[in-house]
Design a protein around this ligand. Structure first.
Ligand SMILES: [Zn+2]
Length: 330
């Protein structure tokens, strides 16, 4: 877990003896929810926790967790299908859904005699937004009749995308954003220089893990920014695959940030995400149609809602880029 989560960590750990069957950890994307959930799971399963309540990292349980073979811990996440086509262009992006068969496997797992070395079985579902209707309903049945000594930990950045019936079965715990200083100190500790850290944090809306993750895609981001800066001359067919290489959600988010700043520039307000690109936006906003751009922004919100559907993401992005191009007066 991270330093800015210390409070929540202590509060939750103090309730170790009387935890509910299901906890929903929510908070902004990139604040470290998954790591928190993992640390918490490890602490619950560890056989000789440290005085701070953290896992020892040494015992049999901790060894199993490190090797990913702990009999009482299951992490349910979309199964990656990118390995199959990693030699090709990885055009499909990451698989984005938790399938109903994955949840059925959980049934089997939970109905088998338990090991419960540490008294608990933990099912980590992260990201929980990846549940589709079928898998969410299958999970709901389990949450309605929770097996003994089993803790379901759901992790979500957008809990509004979960079934309300699932939410109502969970105790919600929100994980906080770090302060600007905490986030920036942490990024510097990860080897990023201070100036870059502050740019990255601005772009990531203050979320440190998101800022760090961006460091790995700086090159792609730079290329995309150059293409988006072409405005009406952008070629949707060539930009769509590059945009999709970020993953569908990231792709839509990038377009949202770009559009947000373009609207700001058009309204002569200061930029929020692309603070160093003032001159680019100044040129670009001269030829953009404001009402078309606002309409485009609403389309992006719709697209974000449906971004979990694996069907034809590249076509969706090509279509949205075409609409972007049309917001310019030519
Ligand atoms: Zn341990």
């Amino acid at each position: 877990m991270y330093i800015w989560q210390k409070n929540k960590w202590e509060k939750l750990l103090a309730r170790k003896a009387s935890l509910p069957h299901a906890i929903l950890l929510h908070g902004r994307a990139g604040v470290g929810k998954h790591v928190f959930a993992e640390s918490f799971s490890h602490a619950l399963l560890c056989q000789q926790t440290l005085p701070t309540g953290h896992a020892c990292g040494q015992c049999q349980s901790c060894q199993w967790l490190k090797e990913g073979v702990h009999p009482d811990f299951k992490w349910v996440t979309p199964e990656d299908d990118s390995a199959a086509d990693s030699n090709t262009k990885k055009r499909s992006g990451k698989k984005s859904q938790i399938s109903v068969s994955q949840i059925r496997q959980l049934y089997e797992y939970l109905s088998l005699s338990t090991h419960q070395v540490s008294g608990y079985r933990i099912i980590l579902i992260s990201p929980a937004e990846a549940l589709n209707i079928a898998s969410a309903n299958a999970l709901l049945k389990m949450l309605e009749e929770p097996p003994e000594n089993t803790l379901f930990l759901l992790v979500a950045s957008q809990p509004q995308r979960l079934l309300p019936t699932i939410i109502s079965r969970c105790q919600a715990v929100d994980l906080p954003m770090p302060s600007q200083a905490e986030a920036s100190t942490w990024l510097v500790e990860q080897g990023i220089n201070e100036a870059e850290a502050s740019d990255a944090l601005a772009y990531a809306g203050g979320a440190p893990l998101a800022a760090l993750a961006m460091q790995g895609q700086l090159e792609t981001n730079q290329k995309l920014i150059k293409q988006l800066a072409q405005g009406a001359k952008l070629n949707p067919a060539t930009s769509a695959p590059l945009l999709l290489s970020l993953g569908m959600e990231q792709a839509v988010e990038m377009m949202q940030k770009w559009t947000f700043d373009l609207i700001s520039a058009r309204l002569e307000q200061s930029l929020h995400y692309h603070v160093k690109l003032a001159s680019t936006f100044q040129v670009l906003c001269k030829s953009v149609n404001l009402s078309a751009l606002m309409q485009f922004q609403r389309k992006l919100i719709e697209l974000k809602k449906s971004a979990n559907h694996p069907l034809s993401n590249e076509m969706q992005l090509e279509n949205i880029l075409l609409q972007y191009v049309r917001t310019f007066n030519v």
